[in-house]
Ligand binder design. Structure first.
Ligand code: AHG
Ligand code: MN
Ligand code: MN
Length: 335
């Protein structure tokens, strides 16, 4: 008798997707599996973060006499280590690394992909036990196979992404990823440690009622952003808006994707490029939201995904989420 199984794991799903393309080799499925493994290891550490007072704080030594590591650094090292051991990754770039990292060995030099990541996003939320995440972006390299990867492999515009995704360490742990085929979400089943398909074919609602922004920066914003926020707060407004801001882009974005709404991190008087990073925050999340039918722009009308990157740690203003809400913001922008 065949076992009756109602779930499908991340690995099974990506392999099934690969089979839809006779020429596909399954390399992308391998990278996604490797990132899934790294994030399960990060998840284990994140879930124990509240125990640092008992087990030893950062900078202190624990009972075994080992240095305690900051979670951002730990997450970065795990992702780097797992991807270096992967058979399909030529190099990585990370929020925590000043320059890109080349895995200059025979196997890696023959790998087709490079990965960029924000190993731990929203890390200031760890102290208050709120959701945090990991964001990743996967590109096919443009340099010659057999040679070490180079900067050009990383500095590709978001439109050229092969896949991108995030893991949210929340009340449950979820991995959401997008390819051109669509966006799918997987929830970690702790009993057997596998991400299982829970949110197939995710679509970002066309409209929403939640706006998400650090409103404490109001006085620093340009007039058009202020006017949009005034519009959202206007009690005479036919539609009533709600403001939600966790301060962890992955968490705010996850809510926006599921429930609809808009997330903004505009430029302001002090930061003309905003705060968030193009290559490992805005591009991968924009690719997910656009693939799910939403919209993401820099506020000037240019899609985030079409920005030609100049440097790894480049910042960009972002307006992302339900299509109608992003369009509405643009109607407040001066021509
Ligand atoms: P990180 O923890 O990777 O540095 O990212 C924090 C980011 C992002 O997650 C969040 O949306 C934003 O910073 C919050 O910034 P403010 O505190 O300025 O609102
Ligand atoms: Mn971040
Ligand atoms: Mn980070």
């Amino acid at each position: 008798m065949r076992p009756n199984r109602s779930f499908i794991t991340l690995d099974e799903f990506t392999i099934r997707e690969t089979r839809r393309f006779p020429k596909a080799t399954g390399e992308l499925a391998t990278i996604l599996r490797d990132i899934g493994l790294a994030c399960k290891l990060i998840n284990e550490k994140v879930k124990k973060a509240g125990l640092v007072d008992i087990l030893g704080a950062e900078g202190a030594t624990n009972v075994q006499g080992e240095e305690q590591m900051k979670l951002d650094v730990f997450s970065n090292d795990i992702l780097k280590n797992v991807l270096e051991n992967s058979s399909e990754c030529a190099g990585v770039a990370s929020e925590e690394e000043e320059d890109f990292v080349v895995f200059d060995d025979e196997y890696s030099n023959n790998s087709k992909y490079v990965v960029l990541f924000d190993p731990l996003d929203g890390s200031s939320n760890i102290d208050v036990n709120a959701s945090i995440g990991t964001i990743f972006a996967i590109y096919k390299r443009t340099s010659k196979l057999g040679e070490a990867c180079n900067e050009g492999d990383f500095l590709q515009k978001g439109r050229l992404l092969m896949a991108s995704g995030y893991v949210i360490y929340g009340s449950s742990t979820m991995l959401v990823y997008a390819t051109k085929l669509g966006v799918n979400g997987f929830t970690l089943e702790p009993a057997f440690g596998e991400f299982c398909l829970s949110h197939p074919n995710l679509k970002c609602p066309e409209d929403g009622s939640i706006y998400s922004i650090n409103q404490g920066n109001y006085n620093k914003f340009d007039d058009d952003v202020k006017s949009y926020l005034d519009f959202c707060m206007d009690n005479e407004n036919k539609k009533s808006y709600r403001h939600r801001y966790i301060g962890s882009m992955v968490s705010d974005l996850h809510r926006t994707l599921i429930k609809g709404g808009v997330f903004m991190y505009p430029a302001d008087k002090q930061n003309e490029h905003g705060k968030l990073r193009l290559m490992y925050e805005c591009n991968p999340l924009s690719f997910i939201v656009e693939t799910a039918g939403g919209k993401s722009t820099d506020g000037k009308g240019d899609p985030i995904l079409d920005i030609e990157p100049q440097e790894l740690h480049q910042r960009v203003p972002i307006y992302i989420g339900s299509k109608n809400m992003v369009d509405k913001i643009h109607s407040f922008k001066k021509a």
